[in-house]
Design a protein around this ligand. Structure first.
Ligand code: SF4
Length: 329
């Protein structure tokens, strides 16, 4: 089923951590606190624009670490909308070390369905270098506890952090998949203004992934999670907020997922065609995959043409996602 959220960003003012990449204000696009009327307005607006069966999502990274009375006041304001069916439930995101039995009991009482954990990496050196303040064991422990309470589990990981490598990211993905989350979000690191990474980048002590490197790695991660039947519900930072104005460096693109999907199809096309003679071909794919196969601004078709393969993409709905049939003309 298509995933739909009414998202509110709860900035963690006074957060004691100093994650290398974090500038909460820029990510959320807001410096003010979410109020009860923000909740009512967001749900009413979504309802008026025909949005059905959506979850109210309290994003921002550390929902269960914010001041407890404030956290409960937000949940209390949202609960009546769960009870009357205006929203299908509540979704929150938080830190792995901000989960325990007591807070999970509270979340259960208020109709929270889904908890997303910002794991970011399962490599303890990467976690320490980026000052996350938790370890891989915190991720494992909290993920298991969340599932034991019957919540849906979502996990988030980042690529290209300080001290990170492609291999560490692939290992992280394998360790996260073992925790059997229902959903994943993958965020290539973006260097934002007023962060530790900005200083390190400017002093030459940190090099973020290029867009091409991030697309190459994240397309592999997307294939991996899909092969494990784990839905990737986000690839790349969402546009909006103030990310564009706070951007310093790194792999940011407003259509990042599309670039990754294009890359997957380019790899498949290369596998199929490069063992065959150069020439003209018809390539058949499912209708839903045609634009990904062609690529943004015909990037895949143009690339193949430069390699000596002139391809026309045609529809064959008997083929599944990532399947293709190649006919030489
Ligand atoms: S990302 Fe790190 S620094 Fe930023 S709010 Fe979350 S825990 Fe605090």
């Amino acid at each position: 089923m298509r995933h739909s959220n009414i998202a509110l960003f709860v900035a963690h003012k006074g957060c004691p951590h100093k994650c290398s990449f974090c500038n909460q204000h820029i990510i959320s696009g807001s410096n003010s606190s979410v109020t009860k009327s923000d909740i009512t307005n967001a749900i009413t607006n979504a309802k008026n624009s025909g949005c059905k069966n959506a979850q109210l999502a309290f994003f921002g990274g550390s929902f269960t670490a914010i001041e407890r009375d404030y956290m409960q006041s937000l949940l209390k304001a949202a609960k009546p909308f769960v009870d009357n069916g205006d929203i299908s439930g509540i979704r929150i995101s938080t830190r792995p070390d901000a989960i325990d039995d007591e807070v999970l009991q509270i979340l259960k009482c208020y109709g929270v369905q889904t908890i997303e954990l910002g794991a970011q990496s399962m490599d303890n050196e990467v976690l320490a270098l980026n000052e996350r303040g938790h370890t891989d064991l915190d991720v494992v422990k909290s993920a298991k506890l969340i599932k034991s309470f019957g919540f849906e589990l979502g996990l988030q990981m980042m690529t290209g952090l300080l001290g990170d490598t492609d291999q560490k990211c692939l290992d992280t993905a394998k360790k996260l998949a073992k925790l059997e989350p229902s959903t994943m979000r993958i965020y290539p690191t973006v260097v934002l203004k007023n962060t530790k990474l900005e200083k390190l980048y400017k002093s030459g002590d940190y090099t973020p992934q290029s867009l091409e490197q991030a697309v190459d790695l994240c397309s592999k991660l997307l294939c991996f999670f899909e092969s494990e039947s784990i839905q990737v519900i986000r690839l790349g930072l969402h546009s909006g907020g103030d990310v564009e104005s706070g951007f310093v460096a790194g792999a940011y693109h407003p259509a990042f997922r599309e670039l990754c999907e294009n890359q997957i199809y380019q790899n498949l096309l290369k596998q199929q065609l490069f063992k065959m003679p150069k020439g003209n071909y018809n390539i058949f794919v499912n209708q839903s995959e045609i634009s990904k196969t062609i690529g943004q601004k015909k990037s895949n078709i143009n690339y193949l043409s430069r390699c000596g393969y002139n391809c026309k993409i045609k529809q064959d709905n008997a083929l599944l996602k990532y399947e293709m049939k190649v006919d030489k003309l």
